[in-house]
Design a protein around this ligand. Structure first.
Ligand SMILES: Nc1nc2c(c(=O)[nH]1)N[C@H]1C(S)=C(S)[C@@H](COP(=O)(O)OP(=O)(O)OC[C@H]3O[C@@H](n4cnc5c(N)ncnc54)[C@H](O)[C@@H]3O)O[C@H]1N2
Ligand code: MOO
Length: 417
């Protein structure tokens, strides 16, 4: 599956890397029924067709009086003949001209009535009601099937369910929904220097943090994560864990060991157990990102530097996961960018598309201003937490004067991916 580029440095543009990776992964096909209450973030495997009308019958949108709209044109009192509460069945009798029925929001509209006048526009006596504001036929009546009509396709296959979809399903009385099975994702951290929280650090050691980031970034995806822990930079140990992961997972995400150091064995081992499609991308941070196959599993090797791991998980691993969980194409890569004005000039070395940690805020005109944060090293996580967006700089760009318009990716939009 070698995916090459004509770029002299061998770095694949991000768009090409993503396009190629997505064309080499297959969505899961197995589906299962899950209770609607448990289906948040799952991807529906078949169209959901309405089996009922919502609402099931004409009902009132207001507390007030049901009547003939033609009777509302004069200020003559109408005789109040009945009360209709939500939940009451409809009476057989038909409303006559000159009559009205006291009605509550959600109650069925009596036979004959063609409008509901809200009570604020009426004057009530013991037996009668006077309509103070003429009404149009149909006013304040919610028609049967007005929201959902029987037979309509309300959710299409490939939709990743949000809270509003669950409400819609529940409103049709649907208890369970067919969704693709969860994707099995194995996560691995590689590195002799890595320790887990709670352990004491010896000289040269650091706390491992990338698996925490991966888990959190994948929290809103239909994945079942298996944590293979921290594996030392040891070919035998790594090979054993990779073999195990390859046999049990759909996707393996490992961090670290993908660069050119003496202990960077990941690419070599993946190549021996599968295939490396590409491993150098023209983005900053995140250049040494490896994509390929590990046995039958898809493999993503994110760089060890925490910010590089974070950014490549957002920009590459998440779209790959979206494709693998069966999400429809338009949900896989969203163009979640807007324009903002750079409030300070920016200089850098051209060559890689860069995701610059930055802070955006609304200006007096209602547009956005954006300022890059000072520390952009791949090891500095604090500026990811201080930032609320990335400025996305094209690979060829080296200097941007203050006041120029730049493309930004707000974190709030990324979170809904
Ligand atoms: N000669 C070159 N050296 C490097 C290059 C290069 O092109 N030529 N690329 C640099 C870039 S860019 C990156 S990014 C890193 C990526 O290297 P690796 O993926 O091999 O990662 P490691 O060397 O294993 O670790 C890098 C860095 O991150 C720390 N780390 C690793 N894993 C974790 C973890 N799970 N939690 C927290 N921190 C982690 C590790 O201790 C290192 O400090 O390579 C550059 N070098
Ligand atoms: O790409 Mo590395 O991720 O620049 O630090």
């Amino acid at each position: 599956m070698t995916i090459s580029t004509s770029a002299p440095n061998g770095w694949l543009p991000l768009e090409d890397a993503l396009h190629n990776a997505l064309s080499h992964v297959q969505p899961v096909v197995e589906a299962e029924a899950v209770m609607v209450g448990d289906a948040l973030h799952r991807v529906v495997s078949e169209d959901v067709v309405a089996c009922v009308n919502v609402p099931p019958a004409d009902n009132s949108a207001m507390d007030g009086f049901a009547l003939y709209a033609s009777d509302s044109q004069s200020a003559l009192p109408l005789q109040v003949v009945d009360t209709q509460l939500a939940g009451m069945p409809l009476r057989e009798v038909k409303l006559e001209k000159g009559q009205a029925v006291r009605i509550m929001t959600g109650a069925l509209v009596p036979n004959g009535a063609d409008c509901v006048v809200m009570q604020e526009n009426t004057t009530r006596t013991d037996t009668d009601v006077v309509i103070n504001k003429p009404a149009m036929p149909g006013e304040n009546i919610r028609r049967a099937g007005g929201d959902i009509a029987t037979g309509a396709t309300v959710i299409t296959a490939g939709t990743q369910l949000t809270a509003s979809h669950l409400v819609l399903l529940a409103s049709m009385g649907i208890a369970s929904v067919q969704v693709f099975r969860k994707l099995r994702v194995g996560i691995i951290a590689t590195g002799d220097e890595l320790k887990t929280a709670g352990e004491t650090l010896a000289s040269g050691q650091i706390y491992e943090s990338n698996r925490t980031g991966t888990r959190a970034l994948l929290a809103a995806e239909p994945v079942e994560i298996t944590d293979f822990g921290i594996v030392a930079d040891d070919k035998t140990a790594l090979s054993e864990v990779f073999t195990n992961a390859a046999h049990t997972q759909d996707l393996v995400v490992s961090s670290g060991g993908v660069s050119v150091g003496d202990a960077d064995f990941v690419k070599e081992l993946v190549a021996s157990q599968g295939d490396i499609g590409f491993w150098k991308i023209a983005i900053k941070p995140g250049k040494p990102f490896a994509f390929g196959r590990l046995g039958n599993a898809v493999f993503c090797g994110v760089p060890g530097n925490p910010v590089s791991a974070f950014v490549t998980t957002q920009q590459l691993v998440l779209p790959i996961i979206k494709r693998m969980v069966g999400a429809a194409s338009e949900q896989v890569i969203k163009p979640l960018t807007i324009k903002a004005t750079l409030t300070t000039s920016l200089r850098r070395r051209a060559g890689r598309k860069e995701f610059v940690r930055a802070h955006m805020q609304k200006n007096a005109y209602g547009d956005y201003d954006v300022v890059p944060l000072a520390k952009q090293s791949s090891g500095v996580m604090t500026t990811v937490t201080q930032a609320n967006c990335y400025i996305i700089l094209p690979a060829e760009c080296s200097e941007i004067p203050e006041g120029n318009s730049v493309t930004i990716q707000p974190f709030s939009l990324l979170e809904t991916q």
